[in-house]
Design a protein around this ligand. Structure first.
Ligand SMILES: *[C@@H]1O[C@H](CO)[C@@H](O)[C@H](O)[C@H]1NC(C)=O
Ligand SMILES: *[C@@H]1O[C@H](CO)[C@@H](O)[C@H](O)[C@H]1NC(C)=O
Ligand SMILES: *[C@@H]1O[C@H](CO)[C@@H](O)[C@H](O)[C@H]1NC(C)=O
Ligand SMILES: *[C@@H]1O[C@H](CO)[C@@H](O)[C@H](O)[C@H]1NC(C)=O
Length: 410
C-alpha cells in the first residue's frame, strides 16, 4: 500500500516537473540580456496568446466576440486593482457630453472659486481595447500625484466603430473643455493632453487641431505614441512585428485593426511594403519622416530603401491613413513649431520605437522644448503595469517622469 503511494508520488513529481519544463520551453522566447523581469513578460505574452486563442474558439461558436475576451483580459491584467483611498482626497465621477462619456478625477483641496489645472487623458489599446475602467489605476495615480483635474475619455473603438469615431469622441471632450473651461472650474492656461499608444496618437492629433483653432494646450504627454501610417518598413516594424509583443502586437492583429479602422476593407500584407499609399503621396510625405535623416545611426542598420510601388486596391480606401487626422507626424515643420512642450516616451521593444525617435529628432531640429525618455530595457504598453503580480518597476518610473513634467509645466 505505502509503496504504491510512494511510487505514485514520485510518478506525479516526474510528471509535474516534466509538464513544468514543457511549459517553460513553450513560453520561452529570447529576450535581450538587459530585459528586466523577462519571465514575467513571457508569462504575460502566454496569457494574452491563450486568451486570444480561446476567444477565437468562443467566437467560432458564437458565444462571445474574440475582442471581448481580449478586453476582459486587459482589464484583469491592469484595471481590476483597487487603489482608491479616501485619504487621497479625490472625487471621482462620470459625466457625458453629447453622449461621449468621461471619468473625472477632481482633487478636493480646491475651493469653489479656484481654477484647476487639467489633464485630458486618452487611453491606449490599439483603438480596439482599453477603457477608462482599465486605465483607472493610471489616471487615478496621475491625478493623485499631480493634483490636477484628470478627465479620462471613453471613446468608441474598433471593431464596432471605425475611423474617425474615436477621434470625434475625443475631439468632443477636448473642445468642450477648451470652449467652456469655467463650467469645469478649469484654468484654460493650464491644460495638458496625454495618452499612450493609440491614445498618444489622439492626443497629438487633437493638440494640432486645437492649435489651428487658436487654443493653446500647455503640454502634450505622449507615451510610445502611434505617429504615422505611411512607412511600415521602418526597422522597428521589421524587427518587432514578428516578435508578437505582449502576445497581441503581431502582423495578423495589425492588419485586422487597420482593416476595421478603415470600414472593414481588404487590407493585405502588401501594406507592410507600404503599397497601401500612392507613389505620389509617398514622394510628398516621405521627407517628413525620412529615417536616413532623422533616425539615430544605431537604428539605421536594418534600414531598407523605400519601395516606390502601390497597390491600387488599397490606395483609395486607405488614403485617410496618411492625413494628419491619424498621422500627426506627417505635417510640415511650421506645424510642428506651434506645438507646446512635448513629453515623449519611447521603448526599445516596440514597433513604434522609430517613429518616436524620428518625431524627437524633428522637434530637436526645430529647437522645440522636448522631454524625451527612451526606456531601453522596456516594452510597448509597460507603463500601465503598476500593481499586482504583473507589476514592473519601470512602470512607476514612467509615471514619475509624467507627473514631474506635468507638475513642472502646468
Ligand atoms: C451617441 O449616440 C448615437 C445615436 O444614439 C450613437 O450612434 C453613438 O454610437 C453614440 N456615441 C457614443 C460615444 O456612445
Ligand atoms: C497618492 O498620493 C499620496 C500622497 O502623495 C501617496 O502617499 C500615495 O502613495 C499616492 N497613492 C497612489 C496610488 O498614487
Ligand atoms: C507591392 O510591393 C511588393 C514589394 O515591392 C511588390 O513585389 C508587389 O508587386 C507590390 N504589389 C502590388 C499590387 O503593387
Ligand atoms: C536652433 O538653435 C541653434 C543653436 O542655438 C541654431 O543654430 C539654429 O538655427 C536653431 N534652429 C532653428 C530651426 O531655430
Amino acid at each position: 500500500m505505502s509503496t504504491t503511494t510512494k511510487r505514485s508520488y514520485s510518478q506525479n513529481f516526474v510528471l509535474f516537473s516534466g509538464l513544468f519544463i514543457v511549459f517553460i520551453a513553450f513560453i520561452y522566447q529570447p529576450l535581450p540580456h538587459d530585459f528586466p523581469q523577462p519571465w514575467k513578460y513571457r508569462l504575460i505574452c502566454f496569457g494574452a496568446k491563450l486568451v486570444a486563442k480561446v476567444g477565437y474558439v468562443l467566437e467560432k461558436f458564437n458565444l462571445i466576440k474574440r475582442v471581448q475576451s481580449i478586453r476582459l483580459l486587459y482589464y484583469l491584467f491592469v484595471g481590476c486593482f483597487q487603489i482608491r483611498n479616501p485619504q487621497h482626497q479625490l472625487k471621482i465621477y462620470d459625466v457625458a457630453v453629447n453622449n461621449v462619456s468621461m471619468r473625472i478625477y477632481q482633487p478636493l483641496e480646491y475651493g469653489p472659486e479656484d481654477l484647476m489645472p487639467a489633464i485630458i487623458h486618452f487611453h491606449g489599446g490599439g483603438f480596439m481595447v482599453g477603457c477608462r475602467e482599465t486605465y483607472d489605476v493610471v489616471t487615478y495615480t496621475i491625478a493623485n500625484q499631480t493634483r490636477a483635474l484628470v478627465l479620462s475619455v471613453e471613446y468608441r473603438r474598433v471593431p464596432e466603430h471605425g475611423f474617425p469615431s474615436a477621434l470625434n469622441d475625443c475631439m468632443t471632450i477636448a473642445y468642450e473643455i477648451f470652449r467652456q473651461p469655467l463650467k469645469y472650474q478649469i484654468d484654460i492656461n493650464r491644460i495638458a493632453l496625454a495618452g499612450d499608444s493609440a491614445g498618444g496618437n489622439l492626443a497629438l492629433v487633437i493638440t494640432q487641431y486645437l492649435l489651428r483653432d487658436g487654443y493653446k494646450p500647455k503640454l502634450t504627454c505622449l507615451m510610445y505614441p502611434a505617429l504615422q501610417f505611411l512607412d511600415f518598413t521602418l526597422p522597428s516594424y521589421q524587427q518587432y512585428l514578428p516578435k508578437d509583443i505582449l502576445g497581441v502586437i503581431n502582423e495578423e492583429d495589425f492588419l485586422y485593426v487597420i482593416s476595421q479602422l478603415s470600414g472593414r476593407v481588404l487590407v493585405t500584407r502588401d501594406i507592410l511594403r507600404n503599397n497601401h499609399t500612392s507613389i505620389i503621396h509617398k514622394q510628398r510625405l516621405y521627407p517628413y519622416l525620412n529615417p536616413q535623416k532623422y533616425l539615430p545611426k544605431q537604428y539605421q542598420q536594418n534600414l531598407k530603401p523605400l519601395i516606390f510601388d502601390e497597390n491600387p486596391l488599397m490606395t483609395k480606401t486607405l488614403e485617410y491613413l496618411i492625413t494628419p487626422d491619424i498621422s500627426p507626424l506627417l505635417v510640415s515643420d511650421d506645424e510642428l513649431k506651434k506645438l507646446p512642450p512635448i513629453l515623449l516616451f519611447t521603448t526599445e521593444f516596440d514597433i513604434l520605437r522609430d517613429e518616436g525617435f524620428i518625431f524627437a529628432e524633428r522637434l530637436k531640429h526645430l529647437n522645440k522644448s522636448l522631454y524625451h525618455y527612451h526606456f531601453k530595457g522596456s516594452f510597448h504598453g509597460a507603463h500601465i503595469l503598476l500593481h499586482g503580480p504583473l507589476k514592473f518597476d519601470f512602470a512607476w518610473t514612467m509615471i514619475g517622469k509624467t507627473t514631474d513634467a506635468i507638475k513642472k509645466n502646468l
